[in-house]
Structures are given as C-alpha cells and as structure tokens.
Ligand binder design. Structure first.
Ligand code: NAP
Ligand code: MG
Length: 508
C-alpha cells in the first residue's frame, strides 16, 4: 500500500498544472489501494434449518412453514428459518409465563445477575463468530460488527447484570417488581445489539421474554439462544420466535403479554400503538429518525467531515440516528462539500467480510429498491445527486455513498427517512436559522453540532428537539446513556438507569 504523500510529490520539471480541486480527486483516486483482507468463515457453523427457540428447546413451527435468510452481499441463501404463527407465539408466551412463576421468579436477584454476567462473558468469548454471522446475514462491514456491534452487545449485558441486585439503589424507597412477560420486536439494522438492548434490561429486572427478530437477520439471535442455554438461563425465560410482521402482530396482541418493546419504523410503531390502545399493556417504541448534523464555520472542518461520513455512511446509513440531513454554515459550505466529496472518493464499498470495507451491502433487495426510489425522487425534485465513481460488486445489493445537493426544506428527500447511505445537504446563515431548519421534521431522535465554541454547542443541543445530540462527534453509544426520541421518533427511553423503569412496577 502507498500513501498519497509518497506518490503525489511532483518535481519542478514535471510540475502539475491541474487546478487544485481536480488535483485532490486525482490524488485520492490513484493512490490508495488495499489488497483484499477477507475474514475467514471456516470456523462458523450454521445449520441449514433452524427451529423456534421455545421453553429452552429448538422446536418445529406448528405450520411447518419456513423462509430463507440470505447473505445480501451475494444474494445467496444462508439458512432456512421457521415461520412462527399464532400457535407458536402462544406456546412461547405460555412458556415465558411459566418461567416467570417458576425458576426465574424464584431466583435471587444476585443469582440472576450472575447468570447475566456469564452471558456477557460468553458473548465476548464468541465475539468473532457472532461478528462474522452478523456481517453475513445483514451485510454490515466486519469492522463495524467486530468493533462496534458485538462489543456493545457484551457491554449491555455487563451493564444491566450489574443492576440486577441493586434495584433498591436505583429506585430508593420504592419497591420494584418485574412487569411479567415482555414481547420484544426488533429491526434488522443492528440485529444482535437491538436484541441486547431489549433482553438485558428485561432480564436484569426479572421479566421473561418472547423476542421476535427481523425477517432478514434472524441468525445471531438464534446463536444467542445457544449462549443463553450454556450460561444457565432457565428454559422459557427467553423465547425466540422468528417470522414475519404478522408474527410480531400476534405477539403484540397476545393477552398474556404485559409489556411490548418495539424498535422499528414509525409506520409499524403507529400500528402497534393503535393495537395497544385501551389495553393495560405497557410499551416503549423506538422509531425512525431524520437527524440534523449542523456544522458551523468555526468548527474543525476535517474533523467534521469525518463525523459526517461516520454519521451517514456508517452501516450503509441503516441507522435510526444517522445524520441524514447536513446543515452547513454558508461561509464554509463550498469548502466542506469539496472535502466531503474527496473523502467519499476514498470509501470502499464491497464485501462486508473484508476488513478494509467501509460500506457493506444494503440489507435487502426491498431496502435497495426503496433507496433507489428516493434517488429518483431527489432527481425529480430538482436536487443534484452526487456519487463517487467507486466500483461495486456485480451480485448482491449495493448503493454508493450519495449526496443530495441544493436541497430545500420542502423536498421529500429532506423530510422522509430513507435509511441508506444518502445525505441531504443544506446551508444556513445564523444559529436561529440552523435550529429552525433542524427542528422542521416530524422526527426527533438525534442530532449533531460541530463548533469550536462550547457555549454554542450547549445552546443548540438544548434547542434541538432530539433525544440525543452529539457535539463534535457522532454515533457514540454507551450502555449507561439513555436513548430515545421526541415526536414521531418514539415513546420512552432505553439504556442506562432510564432503561430499567419501563420493565418495572414501582410502588411505595
Ligand atoms: P419495521 O418494518 O418497522 O420492522 C421492525 C420489526 O417489526 C421487524 O421485526 C418486523 O418484522 C416487525 N413488524 C413488521 N410489521 C409488524 C406489525 N404489524 N406488528 C408487529 N411487528 C411488525 O422496521 P425495519 O424496516 O425492520 O427497521 C428500520 C426502521 O427501524 C427504521 O425506521 C429505523 O429508524 C428504525 N429503528 C429505530 C431505532 C431506534 O432506536 N429508534 C433503532 C433501529 C431502527 P419483519 O422483519 O418480519 O418485517
Ligand atoms: Mg439475511
């Protein structure tokens, strides 16, 4: 590998007269090339067919129906997975209820914590295997599943294991009782991490669970079932029902479910909220987003460019809190966009298992279709669509990193969640204009501010109607930090101390 600096020095005799902006393109396009560094899959063991994990066993679905989960980077089948129907969901909920009244409910808090610590350690021990399966099934780059997803999964179990026998200190003077059976439904963008966000606090607080993974990414949840068993989680405490949207709907409607925890789209969140209206079930909803990343002229521009790239191209933009709207102060807009384009030209789109890959595969053909439809919508709305000319593999589902330039607030590509590596760029002149534009969205999950002035960062984060606002960084997560949205981005908080109470009945 050679660096740009080693190859781009020119002698006075061969002095390059290319304009500076073009020269920058040339330097990046010709200088950086990495030999492929694919992660080996030799030690990964996947079954050809998976059952449902109910009452501590892998069981056949009542209907015998199965569906395939594929590797989106190759459009190839990885395994057949069971389709849980109403009878299977009922069986899983009954098992969860029995476990609540049986071994789990009778276990001491300290013993429950000990089991969860064991789960966390076993996740660490099997981290490499879990990261590879996550990348195979979902398409995300191995660098992310290895360095972000799986370490955070373990961290969540460690964090909540610690609370299991300390609830009296979390809620002093109040008596904390588990709610009962939690029905948990998760999306495909962080499959195992979303499972950990749901399972760890529910189990630490003494609840039992029926978990419904997303249709396109069920495999790491099924691997987790093995770990839970090995760690000594009693049968029925966690049940995993793979299936489609109808499986999720059955779980939401089951009369013996006491609490619904859902992460997914705002559209489905609204359906669930309607289904729960008038029932005594508690619920938390973590929904969509359209976050504003705001860059002021006094910001460290190179650092901001890295943050923007991390904020929207990370995980193919399949991130609810992705910084999908960029607001740049007018005085630095040309410079920032030029630097951003330069940086985008260096991004490697391709094999998720290659350690050099920056942008992996789009999770499914449906999602790719949705993103591509927004590229067309952008064009028809008159925005400039910019993509670097990087190569992408022939098979599988891919989208180059994309900028929408010259956007207006009213454009659909600015207002609607696209959930792909696509960034809508706008400019502003004053702080008030930036805040007004950033808040002009039905969503309110997250945001970012880039400035040299601490007071400005605090003022703006205070005015943004968003659950999380990062200053001079983006997409940083920690199990001790609460997470959740305003407006159509959701109801309730997960993570940290805030993540315990949605699973507890608190009384004097
Ligand atoms: P989705 O279509 O809403 O699906 C989420 C989950 O709900 C999946 O398991 C899905 O099953 C299931 N489901 C579908 N219809 C259902 C119904 N009528 N009743 C009950 N469950 C149902 O969302 P997605 O496309 O998987 O995920 C992307 C969305 O999640 C984005 O909007 C993103 O912003 C959001 N998200 C939010 C957060 C957050 O913390 N706020 C985090 C991650 C993602 P199938 O897979 O079988 O369809
Ligand atoms: Mg898959």
């Amino acid at each position: 590998m050679t660096t740009p600096d080693e190859t781009s020095e020119s002698t006075p005799e061969t002095a390059d007269t290319t304009p500076t902006s073009d020269k920058r393109e040339l330097r990046f396009d010709t200088s950086w090339s990495y030999a492929p560094a694919p992660e080996s899959t030799d030690h990964i063991r996947l079954e050809s067919t998976y059952g449902l994990f109910i009452d501590g066993e892998m069981v056949e679905p009542a209907s015998g129906e199965r569906f395939s989960t594929i590797n989106p980077a190759r459009d190839e089948k990885l395994a057949d997975v069971s389709m849980a129907g109403a009878a299977d969901v009922d069986r899983a909920v009954q098992a969860a209820r029995q476990a609540l009244e049986g071994p789990w409910g009778q276990m001491s808090d300290a013993e429950r914590g000990k089991i969860l610590f064991r789960v966390a350690r076993m996740i660490q021990e099997r981290a490499r295997e879990l990261a590879i399966i996550e990348s195979l099934d979902g398409g995300k780059p191995i660098r992310e599943s290895r360095d972000i997803d799986i370490p955070l999964v373990a961290a969540h179990f460690f964090y909540y294991a610690g609370w299991a026998d300390k609830l009296e200190f979390a809620f002093p003077g109040r008596h904390a009782r588990p709610l009962g059976v939690a029905g948990q439904i998760i999306p495909w963008n962080f499959p195992l991490l979303m499972a950990a966000w749901k399972l760890a606090p529910a189990l630490a607080t003494g609840n039992t669970v029926v978990l419904k993974p997303a249709e396109t990414t069920p495999l790491t949840a099924l691997k987790l079932a093995e770990i839970l068993q090995d760690a000594g989680v009693p049968p029925g405490v966690v049940n995993i029902v793979t299936g489609a949207g109808e499986t999720g709907a059955e779980l939401v409607q089951h009369p013996l479910v006491d609490k619904v925890a859902f992460t997914g789209s705002t559209e489905v969140g609204k359906i669930i909220q309607r289904a729960l209206a008038g029932t005594s079930k508690r619920f938390t909803l973590e929904l969509g987003g359209k976050a504003a990343n705001i860059v002021f002229e006094d910001a460290a521009i190179d650092q901001a460019v890295e943050g923007i790239v991390n904020g929207i191209f990370f995980n193919q933009g399949h991130v609810c809190c992705a910084g999908s709207r960029l607001f740049v102060q007018e005085s630095v807009a040309d410079l920032l966009v030029a630097k951003l384009k330069d940086r985008m030209a260096t991004l490697i789109v391709g094999d998720p298992l290659d350690k050099n890959t920056d942008i992996g595969a789009i999770n499914s053909s449906d999602q790719l279709e949705k993103i591509e439809s927004y590229l067309e919508i952008g064009k028809s709305e008159g925005v400039e669509v910019y993509q670097p000319s990087c190569s992408v593999p022939d098979s599988g589902f891919w989208c180059r990193p994309t900028l929408f330039l010259g956007c207006a607030q009213s454009h659909r590509v600015v207002q609607e969640e696209i959930f792909g590596p696509v960034l809508a760029v706008q400019t502003f002149r004053t702080v008030d204009e930036a805040i007004k534009k950033a808040n002009n969205t039905p969503y309110g999950l997250s945001g970012g501010v880039w400035t040299d002035k601490g007071a400005k960062a605090f003022r703006i984060s205070d005015k943004l109607r968003a659950g999380v606002v990062w200053a001079n960084t983006y997409n940083k997560f920690d199990p001790s930090s609460p997470f959740g949205g305003y407006k159509e981005s959701g109801v309730g908080r997960e993570g940290g101390l805030h993540g315990l109470s949605p699973y507890l009945e608190l009384s004097a």
